[in-house]
Design a protein around this ligand. Structure first.
Ligand code: GLA
Length: 350
């Protein structure tokens, strides 16, 4: 079974507030192959990461105690599959081309591929892919303890080639939106690992829930800009939802000029109001724009990892080469940038 990573074009820290986001499934993926075994064990090894795990198939292993850490995802998925009465003994072989710790959802690609592989082995189908997304998220929360939203899993499960997908995180409706052929979507990894991402993520999420509770609404989706004008955290979420819808409208209208300013406004809001950026991400955004990107912003949870940029297609490689060279000269950190392609959702390996 294969599951793609994702890059989020716009709509950051909105998914767990019942808001909107616009990710695309990318041409970096995790593949999990399985072979049956009969002794009630699940073993797993990885082509990229060291170590092996051997766990009871009944989901009885606490993920927190599993070493190597990537094995916690196997334990998390087993817990969820055991609850769905679909766990059985298998040998799992994991291979991934999604760069880890980059904000491109290597974890969700792994948990979706594991969930599909274990379900396949256990004879369980997910007629509604939203249930597969929920199962993979539950597995990931078991593995990491980070209370993530559903964006990454839904993107892996509903991605469409050449399209971004608009997700309404309240209704879980997913609408494919064609990407322009004139512009490339670029990922540039800052080279800074996302060390604070887990703890700060949980804090931000709790802060959003507190504002919603104070205002007497279910989530920040139900608030207006004037209600949250004095609260930077909530202000980001409400403004970001509006930016996602404006971005989708600009894509539909073929109005590329409107896209860049929305990306930059999103980054500024994540930096100044939501406070999940770091100087390296700010510098990368600045350099990409100086070298010709129409816009750029941090993508994923923040505190390191990648920025996403849109660049005129014929200029994309040049822009990335110049921006990354200058970034390295100024910070001493080696970044890596590449053009991404929007691909289809998770499924059996071809
Ligand atoms: C992480 C989470 C997502 C989402 C983003 C921020 O990637 O896994 O659910 O909340 O951060 O937009």
């Amino acid at each position: 079974m294969r599951a793609p990573g994702r890059i989020n074009l716009i709509g950051e820290h909105t998914d767990y507030n019942d808001g909107f986001c616009l990710p695309l499934a990318i041409d970096r993926e995790c593949v999990v192959r399985w072979e049956p075994r009969t002794d009630g064990l699940v073993t797993a090894s990885s082509e990229q990461l060291p170590g092996e795990v051997a766990l009871a198939a009944d989901g009885s292993t606490d993920p927190a105690g599993v070493d190597p850490p990537w094995g916690r995802f196997v334990a998390g998925a087993l817990r969820v599959l055991a609850e769905l009465r679909a766990a059985r003994g298998v040998d799992l072989r994991v291979a991934s081309t999604v760069p880890p710790g980059s904000g491109l959802s290597s974890s969700s690609a792994l948990s979706v591929a594991l969930t599909f592989a274990l379900a396949d082995a256990g004879g369980l189908a997910f007629p509604d892919r939203r249930d597969a997304a929920r199962a993979a998220l539950a597995a990931e929360v078991e593995a990491t303890g980070v209370p993530g939203g559903l964006m990454d899993q839904l993107c892996a499960l509903f991605g469409v080639a050449h399209h971004a997908i608009l997700i309404d995180c309240r209704s879980l409706d997913v609408t494919p939106v064609p990407l322009p052929t004139t512009h490339a979507v670029v990922a540039v990894h800052s080279g800074v690992p996302r060390t604070l991402a887990g703890s700060a993520y949980a804090e931000r999420r709790a802060a959003c829930e507190q504002v919603a509770a104070r205002l007497g609404v279910t989530s920040l989706r139900d608030t207006t800009p004037s209600q949250v004008a004095d609260d930077p955290i909530a202000r980001h979420v409400v403004a970001e939802n509006a930016r996602v819808l404006a971005f989708v409208e600009a894509l539909h209208d073929g109005d590329a000029n409107a896209l860049g300013p929305l990306l930059l406004a999103s980054h500024a809001s994540l930096r100044d109001d939501y406070r999940v950026s770091i100087p390296e991400l700010d510098l990368l955004v600045q350099l990409l724009v100086e070298h010709g990107a129409i816009g750029a912003r941090l993508t994923g949870a923040g505190f390191g990892g990648c920025v996403v940029a849109m660049v005129q297609r014929n200029h994309a490689d040049d822009c990335v080469a110049k921006a990354t060279r200058e970034y390295e000269a100024r910070t001493g950190i080696v970044p890596s940038g590449f053009v991404v392609r929007a691909v289809a959702a998770a499924g059996p390996c071809s």
